[in-house]
Design a binder for this molecule. Structure first.
Ligand SMILES: Nc1nc2c(ncn2[C@@H]2O[C@H](COP(=O)(O)OP(=O)(O)OP(=O)(O)O)[C@@H](O)[C@H]2O)c(=O)[nH]1
Ligand SMILES: [Mg+2]
Length: 530
């Protein structure tokens, strides 16, 4: 790996630092509190959605948050403003008043979180009011009149403060964002585990392992020759006395490889299982999409080549997020538009997690020999072990067992990537028009999805790679560990350098090392008020 050399000394990260991976951010955060360098803003935003509702919450966080308590709330009975601070973390009923005119604007519950218990690590106030948009708009206008330090929060700014204060790491931040965005049960479950620190623990443990290996190497560099501790730390000496650092790195490498080889389950659950419906024209692909969507989403006609482009729909399929794509029928054509549509269909099939290949029985067995099925080469080339095969239009053609056997042998001999035996890989015999066999198909599909993507109750089996960002850093880490293992034992300084890169890659996932460039991207995905 060709990378700029950096100071070896800088990598003397101790194990204690690994256990407190947010140290850098905490240091920067507390340094920023110096009043002579920066006056912190007091940020505010509605924490609940727009529009009418029973209750709306306005969240205010910053050094001037208590100004709202002092100048805009009064006791409901005495109507007096109170000089003392609100009780900590206890709901208090107050009237909310205009700071200039004392007009009563609403009555609601006020909650106060002092810095040590607020997620933002700054004084935080929550006003739980009636869900009136006019009232919320008025309050949003009035707050900046209390002090110039008040300003509306940016998307994700409350959570960003929590991250900068070391109260959560980047994977937990992403988990909260995904929980808010979750549309299905599987997504909720995965996001909740991430938000609760499941992934943070796994990444921190790996980072601690890498740091332990680095500490051994560093000890060898510093004292090895003098103190006689070189034996067994780095070199692979014998089976009886394996190298301690090497062993740690090998087991870490294998662990990371295992996470990377998880079939992208975490990323797929998060972004949706991509399912492509493919097959020749007129087979009933769009009819199937409409049945799955329970509405006339796609145009269906008896004209072959009706669908020209990829039509995509998102469905909650038994708690799993599915992004289902209807595609153009596959065939040889001179039509320019259709050719583009077919290229898109092939592209979509290549990136799909699952494929439904729809074949029409009346087309399959319409050739000169009724026992030899006709399947076009393009369709054959797409059929693989992730493909369910639907034989449609059983209402007009009923295939004989001999015909099904002939189709199986065609798929085996010409399909190349069709591995199934009869028992493992059934054909789904359906009539989309008459809705027959479709429930069985849906059940089969559900089983297939569950088998591949169900989250086990064992939390340790939760996929920890849920974003492309995690995968990229883990791959970088793996490359550094592999380089470490390839370096000869007399080049120990270079080997230690590789370990340092590995530690840095792991730290970038949780935010333990500088990740300024990705923060904007991560927090921009939040709503205002979170
Ligand atoms: N008899 C019968 N006809 C069906 C069945 N399913 C679909 N059809 C008919 O087959 C024709 C083609 O259906 P589509 O769903 O448009 O087929 P497609 O595969 O999307 O076709 P392209 O968009 O051209 O690729 C329509 O006339 C449907 O009504 C079925 O189960 N039985
Ligand atoms: Mg179609």
């Amino acid at each position: 790996m060709l990378r700029a050399r950096t100071c070896w000394r800088e990598c003397c990260c101790c194990i204690a630092k690994a256990r407190r991976p947010l140290l850098q951010h905490q240091t920067r955060f507390f340094a920023s509190l110096a009043p002579e360098t920066w006056t912190r803003p007091t940020i505010f935003a509605p924490a609940t959605g727009k529009g009418k509702s029973a209750i709306a919450i306005l969240r205010i966080s910053g050094d001037d948050a208590l100004q709202v308590w002092r100048r805009m709330t009064v006791s409901p009975r005495s109507r007096k403003r109170l000089k003392e601070d609100p009780p900590e973390r206890r709901a208090v009923l107050r009237k909310i008043v205009h700071p200039e005119t004392d007009e009563v604007l609403d009555e609601g519950v006020v909650l106060y979180f002092p810095p040590h218990s607020a997620l933002t690590a700054q004084p935080t106030l929550e006003l739980h009011l009636h869900g009136s948009s006019a009232l919320m708009q008025l309050l949003l206008k009035l707050l900046p009149t209390l002090s110039p330090s008040f300003r509306i929060a940016e998307p994700g700014e409350f959570t960003r403060l929590a991250f900068e204060a070391g109260k959560m790491d980047l994977t937990e931040v992403e988990g909260i964002r995904d929980l808010v965005e979750a549309d299905t049960e599987a997504q909720r479950k995965l996001a909740a585990r991430q938000a609760n620190g499941q992934m943070r623990q796994a990444y921190d443990a790996m980072r601690a392992n890498a740091i332990e290996a680095t500490a051994l190497i560093e000890a060898l560099i510093d004292f090895g020759e003098d103190e006689g501790i070189s034996e067994g730390v780095y070199e692979q000496e014998s089976l009886m006395k394996p190298s301690a650092a090497r062993d740690k790195v090998v087991s870490l490498r294998d662990r990371i490889q295992g996470y990377l080889d998880d079939g992208r389950r975490g990323e797929i659950i998060r972004s949706g299982i991509h399912l492509a419906i493919v097959g020749p024209p007129n087979a009933g692909k769009s009819s199937l999409l409409n049945w799955l969507a329970r509405r006339e989403a796609a145009i269906v006609t008896e004209i072959p080549g009706t669908t020209r482009d990829v039509l995509e729909l998102s469905l909650d399929f038994h708690g799993y997020p599915i992004v289902i794509a209807d595609t153009a029928g596959l065939r040889e054509t001179k039509d320019r538009v259709e050719t583009i549509g077919i290229a898109r269909a092939v592209e979509r099939a290549a990136t799909a997690d699952l494929k439904l290949c729809v074949l029409s029985l009346d087309q399959l067995f319409s050739g000169a020999s009724t026992s030899r099925p006709v399947v076009d080469p393009l369709t054959l080339s797409l059929i693989d072990s992730h493909t369910l095969i639907l034989l449609n239009k059983t209402d007009s053609v009923s295939p004989t067992p001999a015909q099904l056997d002939a189709l199986r042998s065609t798929l085996r001999s010409e399909g190349k990537r069709w591995y199934g035996s009869e028992a493992e890989r059934p054909f789904w015999l359906v009539s989309v028009k008459k809705a027959s066999g479709l429930q069985e198909l849906a059940d089969g599909l559900k089983e297939q999805v569950k088998e591949s993507f169900e989250l086990s109750d064992n939390l340790d089996e939760t996929p920890i790679v849920t974003q492309e960002r995690h995968r990229r850093h883990l791959e970088d880490c793996l490359a550094s560990l592999s380089s470490f293992l390839e370096i000869p034992s007399n080049d120990i300084v270079d080997a230690g350098e590789e370990l340092r890169y590995a530690i840095r890659s792991l730290g970038q996932i949780t935010g333990a090392v500088d990740v300024e460039e990705v923060l904007g991207e991560i927090f921009a995905g939040f709503c205002i008020g979170k």
